[in-house]
Design a protein around this ligand. Sequence first.
Ligand SMILES: Cc1cc2nc3c(=O)[nH]c(=O)nc-3n(C[C@H](O)[C@H](O)[C@H](O)COP(=O)(O)OP(=O)(O)OC[C@H]3O[C@@H](n4cnc5c(N)ncnc54)[C@H](O)[C@@H]3O)c2cc1C
Length: 201
Amino acid sequence: MAAPFDVIVVGGGNAGFCAAQSARQAGARVLVLEKAPRQWAGGNSYFTAGAMRTSHGGLADLKNLLEPTAQDRFPLTDLAPYTDDDFLDDMVRVTRGRTDADLARILAGESRATMDWLRDLGLRFELMYRRQAYEVDGHHRFWGGLAVGVVGGGKGMIEQHLAAVERTGVHVRFDAPVTRLATASDGTVHGVVLADGDAQL
Ligand SMILES: Cc1cc2nc3c(=O)[nH]c(=O)nc-3n(C[C@H](O)[C@H](O)[C@H](O)COP(=O)(O)OP(=O)(O)OC[C@H]3O[C@@H](n4cnc5c(N)ncnc54)[C@H](O)[C@@H]3O)c2cc1C
């Protein structure tokens, strides 16, 4: 496959689309190779709830992130701030201390800005009332530090990523299973090998 790409991303799930968009914003010509056919786009990401953990300062802080229509219930919503330290504590707790502290600090510290980045790409967010809140005295009280999700869950997330790559000019090829890296004799990677040919950088 002869095409002038600077970056090839293998796999079109949430991680692959984010990596592709990041490279595209840095000015690269980007190709995403996805082994599944178009109708199965999105890998495991498609089947998720689209929940995205982010630190935040409570409802006021999330106002600009969430869809305007998702804010109708704000007056009856109790959502405590979820700080970077809360996020880090949860990482340490669920991994029983086996989290990499430096990476986790970056993950938590950049999470809120990353949500804005995703919104600017075209992902749409709402509060996950049905999954992450229960009712107390007529108010929706959130628990667990996982309040924000993509509108439409994982299916919505992939639809929104696919629309975003169209807008930004990231190329996506489906039915394209990558079998290995294409390397020169000195080990330099110059592309990937596909089941039916190759894609060169
Ligand atoms: C039931 C369930 C619910 C979940 N809910 C959530 C949630 O709400 N929030 C959350 O953050 N996480 C959730 N997770 C975890 C989440 O699914 C994963 O963390 C996330 O999908 C990983 O994204 P990814 O892009 O790395 O992988 P994937 O979404 O699986 O994407 C990988 C892609 O690579 C393709 N691929 C693989 N090998 C090749 C190859 N050789 N050549 C070409 N393409 C290839 C695959 O076909 C696939 O499309 C959930 C997981 C499960 C199982």
